[in-house]
Design a protein around this ligand. Structure first.
Ligand SMILES: C[S@@+](CC[C@H](N)C(=O)[O-])C[C@H]1O[C@@H](n2cnc3c(N)ncnc32)[C@H](O)[C@@H]1O
Length: 228
């Protein structure tokens, strides 16, 4: 893979580069012992949320959550900007579920054709700058049927456990410094929304919104509002 990108490159391109390079080591994050109880709850919920549905998954990464969705979904179109993570996701065994992959930008999903009957995105919201959240939500909903169920999951900030926030910007975003095993360092946007912030962002586009806070993670479950 190419050398680390120069610092002046825009934050979104840097994030894509970071995850492409992190791909082989990415799933270590799911091995942290203290998070296992929460993960089992999320895995069960994700596995049960999409029975017989055709799911669009945005920012699928290495397919960790794709595998749980595939336990009951009819089909999954899993999108990510990075060919490197998709290559790892493609190698997993999804049994009877029809899983396909597409390289696509989460802010446009331009090469996702048609609409699907359900949506999922894991650990992507936190990397979206606050000003760009409407762009992501609109892109996702434009590719889903009216009333489609959606599940979003992501991290909560846990003092002493989460990687510390390295800086705040004027738009209210927070950042972390991430280090890969090869020693390279990246600054990435990592936002930790409160329940109120999540509700404010989602309410205009969502029916039956439910937000659940676990110790290490949050989960938002809703249906795409018909007027969205
Ligand atoms: C924190 S990882 C989450 C991966 C996976 N959903 C999971 O939870 O294990 C974030 C993912 O977003 C992808 N990504 C970064 N920028 C993107 C963009 N603009 N459009 C689509 N995916 C993007 C990265 O390649 C990475 O796979």
């Amino acid at each position: 893979m190419n050398k680390r990108l120069p610092d002046e490159i825009n934050p979104e391109t840097r994030l894509i580069d970071y995850y492409a390079r992190r791909a082989p080591e990415y799933e270590r994050i799911y091995h942290r012992p203290e998070r296992q109880d929460d993960l089992r709850k999320l895995e069960q919920l994700v596995a049960q949320a999409f029975r017989d549905l055709d799911v669009l998954e945005v920012a699928c990464g290495t397919g960790y959550w794709t595998w749980f969705i595939a336990m009951q979904a009819r089909s999954i179109l899993a999108a990510d900007s990075s060919a490197e993570v998709i290559a790892i996701a493609r190698d997993k065994d999804y049994a009877a579920c029809a899983v396909s992959f597409v390289e696509s930008d989460a802010y446009s999903l331009g090469n996702v054709e048609g609409t699907r009957s359900a949506g999922f995105s894991g650990f992507w919201w936190s990397h979206v700058a606050k000003a760009k959240l409407p762009l992501f939500i609109n892109a996702l909903h434009s590719k889903l049927d009216d009333h489609a169920p959606v599940v979003l999951i992501d991290n909560r900030y846990v003092e002493g456990n989460s990687l510390p926030v390295s800086r705040h910007d004027a738009e209210g975003n927070t950042y972390q410094m991430r280090r890969l095993v090869d020693g390279s360092e990246y600054e990435v946007v990592k936002n930790f929304p409160t329940e109120t912030e999540l509700a404010e962002q989602l309410m205009p586009h969502a029916d039956d919104l439910e937000i659940e806070l676990l110790t290490y993670y949050w989960l938002a479950k809703y249906r795409v509002a018909s007027c969205a």
